[in-house]
Design a protein around this ligand. Structure first.
Ligand SMILES: Nc1nc2c(ncn2[C@@H]2O[C@H](COP(=O)(O)OP(=O)(O)OP(=O)(O)O)[C@@H](O)[C@H]2O)c(=O)[nH]1
Ligand SMILES: [Mg+2]
Length: 243
């Protein structure tokens, strides 16, 4: 990886392994990343051309939990009590390619909103990671309604419509939206879905983002995670070419 942006690789598998766990990623089997300065990463003595996705957002909003659920392995540490992701970390999936080295990389970033010193540091990390990213998944929580930090991050990192074009908002923890229910096995109620729709409309207005880019999910209850990957494919396919 580049000297300016270090990334700890937590897990290495193949694209076929990933698709075997979650078939919504099968679009990755149709091609390879288009070479560009953004896609180029140094790995020890070799250089790879990668398709890079980064996740960011407030601490404790379920970034690492969602990534683990998408890849089907506990690659990233999670915690319900303290911020636990401190550096950029990734899970890497090697494309089956005979021409060069190519990876699909899902990178987890530290969460913001814990303290102002760390926020200033992490926003720089986000900025650097953004330069290398083909798509961003920005995490929010359906059971929270204070968007001050999110509005700040969006004004810092995605001021223009073009910059917001590579962002998906994962509106996580919809299982916790009011009115809470205790159905077992868990199932969202119609009233909860109505509140999800209201929350999406409000976030769309605040962050100036089209509603189609806001995907309601529950990492804990595995709701809509394939839909999140479906939206991701729309952002990534333009950066792929036939292998
Ligand atoms: N109910 C519910 N809890 C969730 C969901 N997703 C994550 N959590 C819980 O939220 C807590 C924090 O999750 P993490 O994945 O560690 O959050 P993070 O965004 O990676 O946090 P940082 O690394 O500090 O930035 C954990 O206890 C998770 O189990 C969800 O969809 N529903
Ligand atoms: Mg984390």
């Amino acid at each position: 990886m580049t000297a300016a942006l270090a990334c700890t690789v937590k897990l290495t598998r193949t694209v076929d392994d990933l698709v075997a766990h979650c078939d919504a990623f099968d679009f990755l089997q149709d091609g390879l990343p288009v070479p560009s300065s953004a896609s180029r990463w140094r790995r020890g003595n070799t250089v790879s051309e990668d398709l890079q996705v980064i996740v960011m957002g407030k601490s404790g909003y379920g970034k690492s939990t969602t990534l683990n659920s998408l890849i089907g392995e506990e690659a990233f540490d999670t915690s319900d009590t303290e911020g636990c992701t401190r550096v950029m970390q990734s899970a890497e999936f090697k494309f089956a390619s005979t021409s060069g080295t190519h990876y699909f990389s899902l990178a987890d970033l530290p969460g913001i909103g814990e303290n102002p010193q760390l926020d200033a540091e992490y926003i720089q990390l986000y900025r650097a990671a953004l330069e290398k990213a083909h798509a961003v998944i920005y995490f929010m929580r359906a059971d929270q309604r204070d968007y001050a930090i999110d509005e700040w991050v969006f004004s810092e990192l995605f001021p223009s419509r073009a910059e917001r074009g590579k962002v998906i908002v994962a509106l996580n923890a919809i299982d916790k939206i009011e009115p809470m229910n205790r159905r077992h096995p868990f199932e969202m109620s119609a009233a909860q879905w109505q509140n999800v729709d209201l929350r999406i409309a409000s976030i769309s207005k605040k962050l100036k983002l089209v509603t189609a880019a806001i995907i309601p999910i529950s990492a804990a209850e595995q709701i809509n995670t394939s839909r999140l990957v479906g939206r991701l494919s729309k952002l990534l396919l333009p950066h792929m070419q036939p292998g």
